[in-house]
Design a protein around this ligand. Structure first.
Ligand SMILES: Cc1cc2nc3c(=O)[nH]c(=O)nc-3n(C[C@H](O)[C@H](O)[C@H](O)COP(=O)(O)OP(=O)(O)OC[C@H]3O[C@@H](n4cnc5c(N)ncnc54)[C@H](O)[C@@H]3O)c2cc1C
Length: 406
């Protein structure tokens, strides 16, 4: 028998607020909404564990254990929020309904789409195969981050290639972080001079103008060869060779170790569900970048890595976005209008050694945007930012961010 929306109310498949994805964005938003008094919130999340991804770079860089990056999903899901352990395959914004891989369809009053971004291993020929080979790894997946850590600590001579893709990408500059940490380790163990280090970036310089002088200083200090305006175009794992291409040129580099930040893309079902903008070939969820509300479907919202916002995608952006989304969704549920605005803030903490960080905070125009203006030296290499990034922030994430307190 066909189920109506009224049936779904009684069988628990209709929710006031349905959140797709129980990652950084989904769990912290659910917690903020609960704190704002919103009832009947459900989160669809297929994974049984929750990851704190910023520490993946530290795992590869040898300064964190993999076990410290994960917790059971049930332990981080806010109380009185329903966890639906399943994956969304499609959204129909015209009927306010969502299809799942296993369970019955769901309906909603307000939908928040935050399934993150996916690593697109097949975009570069040979890359997926290389990840299964002995000499290539990536800190963009936890299992591979452990492998990267082992490879970077074992090598004592040869060539190590690190790559960073063009945006969209999650914390795009993170591709560089394990490189600086590895260089610091090789210098301490006396082998840095025997290792050729190549960093491939798509941009004109290491990152963004306010931070480039500091990163360039470290790049020179470690003797890193920076290939700007370049991208990884293929990998031959058997020959241990990569082809790196830029405008009008291409270069083959033989490697002993390869660490890749993979190209990334939006989940396919976002565009096929009609949630992406017609002029967005990337297929991310179309939103007003300030209110985070969908311009065509006013009861649909998006935030985090899956949203077509104008900022650099990162957890630091989400800390502000969840506050905005929670206020706006709660206001609309009360019959009001969204008035909270996200300001485009983003952060990328560059671990430029195993004890210092360049704390890069910036807006969606690439201009510096420090959270604490009287600490201006945070964007210079410093120890305080390391302590904050490695020790304070993980605690803040598990205890304050995921519980909706900050
Ligand atoms: C290596 C690395 C280092 C980083 N370092 C930093 C840093 O130092 N600072 C910083 O601010 N940010 C950093 N980030 C970025 C930060 O981790 C992300 O921006 C953040 O996790 C995005 O949150 P999200 O909720 O959008 O996505 P995620 O946290 O990825 O969560 C998405 C969730 O959706 C679920 N999901 C996927 N598909 C479906 C589906 N079909 N149905 C239901 N659920 C689904 C997934 O299982 C996942 O749990 C880093 C990221 C990486 C990968």
């Amino acid at each position: 028998m066909r189920r109506t929306v009224a049936d779904m109310h009684t069988t628990g498949t209709h929710h006031h607020v349905l959140i797709i994805g129980g990652g950084n964005g989904g769990v912290s938003l659910a917690a903020r909404l609960r704190r704002a008094g919103v009832r009947d919130i459900a989160v669809v999340e297929p994974r049984g564990h929750h990851e704190y991804k910023p520490l993946f770079s530290h795992v590869a860089g040898g300064t964190a254990r993999a076990s410290s990056t994960v917790r059971a999903q049930g332990d981080v899901m806010p109380k009185e929020v329903t966890w639906i352990e399943d994956a969304v395959t499609a959204v129909d914004p015209h009927t306010n309904s969502v299809s799942l891989v296993d369970g019955p369809g769901l309906t909603y009053d307000q939908l928040v789409v935050c399934p993150g971004i996916r690593n697109d291993w097949d975009r570069v020929p040979g890359l997926a195969t290389a990840m299964e080979s002995p000499s290539a790894a990536s800190h963009y997946e936890l299992g591979l981050a452990n492998k990267a850590s082992h490879l970077l600590r074992s090598i004592t001579r040869g060539t190590v290639v690190f790559t960073q893709p063009a945006e969209p990408a999650s914390c795009v500059g993170a591709g560089q972080k394990p490189m600086y940490q590895a260089c610091d380790y090789w210098r301490a163990t006396g082998v840095l001079d025997d290792i050729r280090v190549v960093m491939v970036v798509p941009t004109d310089a290491a990152f963004l103008p306010p931070f480039d002088a500091e990163l360039d200083r470290k790049i020179a200090e470690y003797g890193i060869e920076l290939r700007t305006r370049s991208e990884l175009s293929s990998v031959d794992a058997a020959a241990r060779e990569v082809v790196v291409s830029g405008p009008g040129r291409s270069e083959t580099i033989r490697y002993d170790v390869l660490n890749v930040e993979p190209p990334q893309s939006a989940p396919d079902w976002i565009a096929s569900s009609g949630l992406a903008g017609a002029d967005d070939p990337g297929g991310f969820v179309e939103v007003d970048p300030r209110t985070l509300r969908h311009p065509r479907y006013p009861n649909v919202w998006s935030l985090g890595d899956a949203a077509a916002t104008t900022n650099s995608k990162c957890g630091g952006a989400l800390r502000k976005q969840t506050w905005v989304a929670a206020r706006n969704v709660a206001a609309v549920l009360r019959g009001g209008e969204p008035t909270a605005h996200y300001d485009g803030y983003a952060v990328c903490p560059f671990t430029v050694s195993r004890s210092t960080v360049v704390w890069a905070e910036f807006d969606d125009h690439g201009r510096q945007k420090p959270t604490i203006p009287f600490l201006p030296r945070m964007y210079r290499e410093n120890r305080l930012a390391w302590i904050f990034d490695r020790h304070v922030l993980p605690w803040v994430y598990w205890n304050l961010i995921l519980t909706g307190r900050v």
